[in-house]
Design a protein around this ligand. Sequence first.
Ligand code: DOR
Ligand code: ZN
Length: 446
Amino acid sequence: MGTVDLLITGGNIFWKNRFVEASIAIDKGKIVAIGKEPNLPKAEKTLNFKDKIILPGLIDVHVHLRDQNLSYKETFESGTMAAAAGGLTTILDMPNNDPLTISPESFNMRVNSARGRIYVNVGFYSLLPGDPTDFKRLVEMGVTAFKLYLNKPYGNLDISNDEDLASSLLLCKKFSMPIAVHAEDYAIISKFEEQFKSLNLSNFNYFLHAHSKEAEIKALLRLLKILKNLNYKVHISHLSTAEAAKIIAENRDYFTCEVTPHHLFLDSTVINRLKGFAIMAPPLRSKSDITYLWRSLRHRIIDIIASDHAPHSLAEKISENVWKVKPGIPGLETMLPLMLDSVNKGLLSLNRLVELMAENPARIFRLPFKGFIDIGFDADLTIVDLHRKWLINPSKFMSKAKYSPFNGFEVAGYPFATIVKGRLVFFNGEIFERAGEIVFSKRFSS
Ligand code: DOR
Ligand code: ZN
């Protein structure tokens, strides 16, 4: 082998399910060799990560990058810088944009707008288009996954109609497309929301009433019935209640699922103090839900940790009227630190963290050559300092959303460097190259 582009040395790498002291040779964005340094080819450049841990590039399957007409909340630049600073090398962008990502035309526009502006790899979701021809074209154009919102109608898909849902899900099955679902029932949420609004009941508790546990359970059970008929599996976004986790545990043929750090670490009592900064959908739940989510995590009922990074402007978060607050919080720069802190506290192992944040996302969302450190895989690497203690300080976020319910948390575990396709994007607090590539899926109808 001639000279390669880059050698990563000195660190402990996660290779074939265990940590080993070895170096990684990278050429043209791919891992080309792994071994002890003397046995590896010479390189143009060497980066030494002594005392650091080198993980496969972590993947966040749930990110709202905004941009286009929502650039005041976040842009492709600010959002992917935040991802790099949070130790993520690939993220999947949600479709509830302005304009909506829902057609071949809008998908194309969004992808073209992102080109040349991204620091980490980005794959794109689309909403389910009503029209089967549009669906097929979106698949051919390389959309990574579809998103079904059961909490709010988008486009001309009638989410109250089981047959319409079944035919959309059947298309996903036909094209082997991953589909993520926001499982909260629109009929329940909207009924309560309208009622409370008409009575001028606008304090934060009413948001919790409207977004009840029943709303999550009902959406999930309704979906389950359709999926049993179709014999297809969907991915449940941001699982939040114990009851929903039980339904998923009993129906693993039909569901994979993710949980967010905010649902794992914060219960709804923090809303009294944090107000709009702790409002998101689904909302924060009780302490017993949290305990059950952690139990489900340990029992491998939960497949993925995802941030649901949903940035809004400060003005959109500070109202005392909960119906004027936009639900959602930034999460890209706090997810990995919080999870590393949990590793330090003995709540999960580093191996399990890799499973939840790299291997399972790559497998469930069918991202080829991602999720593992191995020869032939993409040279996406997340380098962490497992023991560094620091304070979460949102004013230093790369994201435009410079607030967080985790403000002031002391954590052990720091995303030290981020390498995307063999290029150094983030190193010890500083951002470098826009090395991100757009991830296009290749899928063929059966
Ligand atoms: O909290 C949320 N924010 N939940 C959603 O379903 C949407 C998201 C957003 O886009 O802001
Ligand atoms: Zn979301």
